[in-house]
Design a binder for this molecule. Structure first.
Ligand SMILES: [Zn+2]
Length: 123
């Protein structure tokens, strides 16, 4: 059989379309809800990814920095760094906003996209 689609091929196409469609739908749904994620990096390495839609408290870098997520915003509430610039920074909630603690090499960044292509490149 050289020409024409086989039954299995048609089925496969339907499955691919269904998966792509639901992924798109899911992305739209999450996007409109504004449930972004924050990526916590220590020394350039990703230590964790957390949802802003969930109230939680995070110990970063073994406890040098304390991050609180509340009402869809992430705020650095405590840190053992000498300058305390990260603690004084405003809470972040929008895509690409970040809190940086230079002495501890901690970066907290809001990221609404779920892939980590950017991180792979930057390393
Ligand atoms: Zn700091």
């Amino acid at each position: 059989m050289k020409t024409g689609l086989k039954k299995n091929d048609v089925l496969l196409i339907i499955i691919i379309l269904a998966v792509a469609g639901s992924a798109y739908w899911l992305h739209e749904k999450i996007g409109t809800k504004g449930a972004n994620c924050i990526t916590v990096k220590v020394n350039g390495r990703i230590e964790g990814v957390y949802s802003l839609g969930e109230d939680q408290e995070i110990e970063i870098n073994g406890g040098t920095n304390h991050l609180v997520i509340k009402n869809g915003r992430a705020d650095m509430t405590e840190a053992d760094c000498p300058d305390k610039l990260c603690v004084n920074q405003k809470a972040v909630s929008k895509n690409r906003e970040s809190i940086i603690c230079l002495p501890n090499k901690v970066i907290v960044e809001v990221d609404s996209s779920e892939n980590s292509e950017f991180d792979a490149v930057s390393n």
